[in-house]
Design a protein around this ligand. Structure first.
Ligand code: B1M
Length: 229
């Protein structure tokens, strides 16, 4: 039954059918399926397919928009269950999170925020199209341990470097760490901009954030990735 359900999830995104996506997300919760598994094995396959078709010129902006809406419907239905499954209640650290200025992709960033909250981080999600100064000001206001910067476009990814530089200029690093992520982000890019941590997905982001907070306490410095080694 489950492979068919995952396939239907992917198809609902390809069809841009928000109602079906939401209904399948509910079905997954009722069946006791891990919401992250539903996202990663089902819905994400659909959104990746649409993204690839868009790259090849076989799909157009309306399809991308509808796939994005359907993906949001699925993720927001699954989010309460993800939060419910989070067990740690002790505050592990404070994270200021946002999608960088010029970029309005929010699905992955929101997922990362949900997983961090579920794991016990206090998360200030500033949304999308967030200027560097806003991220830094909020981090100062709430005495953040980490600024998390998401970017989905190669044109906006470059602003992740601006966050690192702004913190350096203010003398706030290494106390405040910078964690970056988003589809175009690579280990090479992370090394180049001297960010403190990077993860390919939401689960990895939790592991990296935990290590960054521990590192802050021990004052050591090393770039952290969520890769196994
Ligand atoms: Co856009 N888009 N889009 N888009 N879109 C991409 C990113 C693209 C790769 C599609 C393609 O061409 N194949 C391409 C970028 C090309 C490039 O720069 N190399 C692209 C483009 C070109 C554009 C526009 C420019 C299109 C246009 O207008 N001509 C435009 C830009 C608008 C803007 O931001 N200024 C645009 C617009 C849109 C929509 C609004 C229609 C919609 C977004 C809806 C929304 O977010 N509310 C949309 C969508 C849906 C996509 C794709 C298809 C899917 C993105 C997504 O939600 N993935 C995307 C192609 C793709 O990625 N396959 C594409 C699912 C999500 C769960 O994954 O966001 O990667 P992701 O997040 C992951 C990880 O990356 C990681 O964890 C998350 C969970 O596992 N992660 C972090 C993310 N942030 C992290 C932060 C961390 C750690 C990990 O620490 C802080």
């Amino acid at each position: 039954m489950t492979p068919e359900l995952f396939q239907a999830m992917a198809q609902s995104i390809i069809d841009g059918d928000s109602e079906a996506a939401e209904q399948l997300a509910r079905q997954a919760i009722e069946a006791g399926i891990d919401p992250l598994e539903a996202i990663n094995k089902g819905f994400v396959l659909g959104v990746n397919h649409v993204g690839n078709e868009f790259s090849c010129g076989n799909a157009f902006l309306p399809e991308l928009v509808m796939a994005g809406e359907a993906m949001k419907a699925a993720v927001s239905t699954l989010e309460p269950e993800m939060a419910r499954r989070g067990t740690a209640r002790q505050v592990l650290g404070v994270v200021v999170l946002g999608t960088i200025q010029g970029d309005i992709h929010d699905i992955g960033k929101t997922l990362v925020g949900t997983m961090l909250s579920a794991a016990g981080f206090q998360v200030y999600d500033l949304g999308v199209d967030v200027p560097v100064e806003t991220l830094v000001a909020k981090a100062r206001e709430v005495d953040a341990d980490i600024i998390g910067v998401s970017a989905l476009l190669t044109t906006t990814m470059v602003r992740q470097r601006d966050v690192v530089e702004a913190l350096d200029d203010l003398g706030l690093r290494p106390r405040v760490k910078v964690m970056v992520g988003g589809a175009p982000v690579t280990s090479e890019w992370v090394a180049e901009i001297e960010a403190d941590g990077y993860s390919e997905d939401a689960i990895g982001a939790v592991a990296v954030a935990k290590k960054l907070v521990a590192m802050g306490k021990s004052h050591s410095s090393e770039v952290l990735h969520d890769a196994p080694n």
